[in-house]
Design a protein around this ligand. Structure first.
Ligand code: F6P
Length: 461
């Protein structure tokens, strides 16, 4: 096959589903990336290369919704070393400000190189002459350079969905130069924030020695690589129309009833990840009850923790710590039928998420470091009547756009308590003023605009 637009990502945009009769099929994964790219891929003989999420043997490409899906097989050891190991136990904590300690293992690095080579080879195989290839995220940072060697005719873009760290942190990596050179295979390297792009250019100058000027790197062969920020977003309209859907509206009401109709519902929805600051936020909430700022009759905190990377040690430990804390808070401060925290370790369909967003008066998003944080944007999109308040970490990329949120430093528990309280006590007029401004921002900056601006910049190269 020959595709004019190829997306290379760690995962395919579909999940395997098993029907009642035992037969298996595929269902499109939730998430804005695929819905944003689908129309342009359908119009451009698109192909998406990615892992199925299992331990598969080689599988043939297949068609779904007018695009070709090209599975990449990973063995159990590769999942352990490339995905759980190097991607999620080395790069993930390192790129998130060392919120947890990264592990450096040479055999993980070898697996990362091997798997990146495999993804690049697949892309080289399926891309048409002169095609555009868009490589996604930290799991695949070596793909651009390998691909350029295999197919110099291609236009190659790379986008990093997570933060790109300051030079002092990145420099800990024993393979720092190889990773930078991997990214330099692209024509355009996209970041969430201008700071990430600046970190990258500075590191390239320091560690690889190329000449740089502002957002440009000049390679010895004359090629120019650009590094720019393209803050990602959500499918705003989809969330807005879901939030207006009658079934979602009545489900939101039902959720409040099930919680015992408290005056104020606080909500956190996160992947269960140590970067998200779940522990500190729940402590802050419990202290507010303990201090007598509000009672368990007045307020409840719903915390949805979506299972994630459960075989990585630090994730397991963090789950235990959070669940111990929830037990302790509910045991110490709860009354019969009134636990202060309603904790759900589960993932939910998008309709239920929209209902939760509609049901919540105060959304609390307090990561220690986050590339963007789409949950914050989803909440804003669902507040179609301009009610509700958002408490948001200043260390989430989203804080640069959602400036009318109640911004917090998640390391400062007292500061976080003060802002949660300010959001709790804010007048309806104050909340509306802030929410209206944030809704305007995200209605103008949605994921379709993000994708088209990246692809336009890559094309203009
Ligand atoms: O935010 C980075 C990211 O890799 C997303 O692309 C992805 O949806 C999420 O984290 C979950 O990660 P994983 O693919 O490891 O389950």
């Amino acid at each position: 096959m020959s595709a004019d637009l190829v997306v290379v990502a760690n995962r395919l945009p579909v999940d395997r589903v098993v029907a009642d009769d035992g037969s298996t099929g595929w269902r499109r994964s939730p998430g804005g990336l695929v819905s944003a790219l689908l129309p342009v891929m359908q119009a451009n003989h698109g192909a998406w290369i990615g892992w199925t999420g299992g331990h598969d043997r080689e599988m043939d490409p297949f068609e779904e919704e007018g695009i070709t899906l090209v599975p990449v097989a990973l063995s159990a050891t590769e999942v352990e070393e490339y995905y759980e190991g190097f991607s999620n136990d080395t790069l993930w904590p390192l790129y998130h400000d060392l919120v947890a300690k990264p592990s450096f293992h040479r055999e993980w690095w070898e697996a990362y190189q091997r798997v990146n080579q495999r993804f690049a080879e697949k892309a080289a195989e399926v891309a048409a002459q002169g095609a555009t290839v868009w490589v996604q995220d930290y799991q695949l940072q070596l793909v651009p350079a390998i691909l350029r060697t295999l197919r110099p005719d291609l236009k190659i873009g790379f986008y990093l969905h997570i933060p790109f760290p300051p030079t002092e942190l990145f420099s800990q990596l024993p393979w720092r130069r190889e990773l930078l050179e991997g990214l330099l295979g692209a024509d355009l390297v996209g970041f969430q924030m201008p700071g990430g792009a600046a970190n990258f250019v500075r590191l390239v100058k320091q560690r690889v020695g190329h000449r740089t000027h502002r957002d440009r790197v000049q390679l010895p062969d004359g090629r120019i690589v650009r590094a720019q920020a393209f803050p990602i977003s959500i499918d705003t309209q989809r969330y807005e129309s879901l939030a207006r859907d009658e079934a979602v509206v009545s489900r939101a009401q039902e959720i409040r009833e099930q919680l015992g109709n408290p005056a104020t519902v606080f909500l956190g929805i996160d992947r269960l990840d140590y970067t998200k600051g779940i522990y500190a936020r729940l402590r802050a909430f419990s202290e507010l009850i303990h201090d007598g700022e509000f009672s368990v009759e007045d307020a409840v905190f719903v915390q949805v923790a979506t299972p994630s990377r459960e075989r990585v040690d630090q994730y397991r430990q963090m789950r235990d710590e959070i669940e111990r804390l929830v037990g302790r808070i509910n045991g110490d401060l709860g009354r019969l039928g009134r636990p202060p925290i309603s904790y759900l370790h589960s993932s939910y369909p998008i309709e239920e998420m929209a209902a939760l967003y509609r049901a919540a008066d105060v959304m609390v998003v307090t990561p220690f470091r986050d590339g963007m944080n789409l949950v914050a944007k989803e909440y804003v999109a669902c507040r179609t009547d301009n009610t509700g308040a958002l408490v948001l970490s200043e260390f989430a990329g989203a804080a640069a756009e959602l400036r009318q949120a109640y911004l917090v430093n998640p390391y400062d528990i007292n500061g976080m308590k003060a802002q949660m309280l300010a959001a709790y006590h804010a007048s309806a007029a104050e909340r509306t003023k802030r929410m209206r401004a944030m809704r305007r921002t995200i209605s103008q900056h949605d994921v379709a605009r993000w994708a088209s601006s990246f692809l336009r910049a890559l094309k203009a190269y």
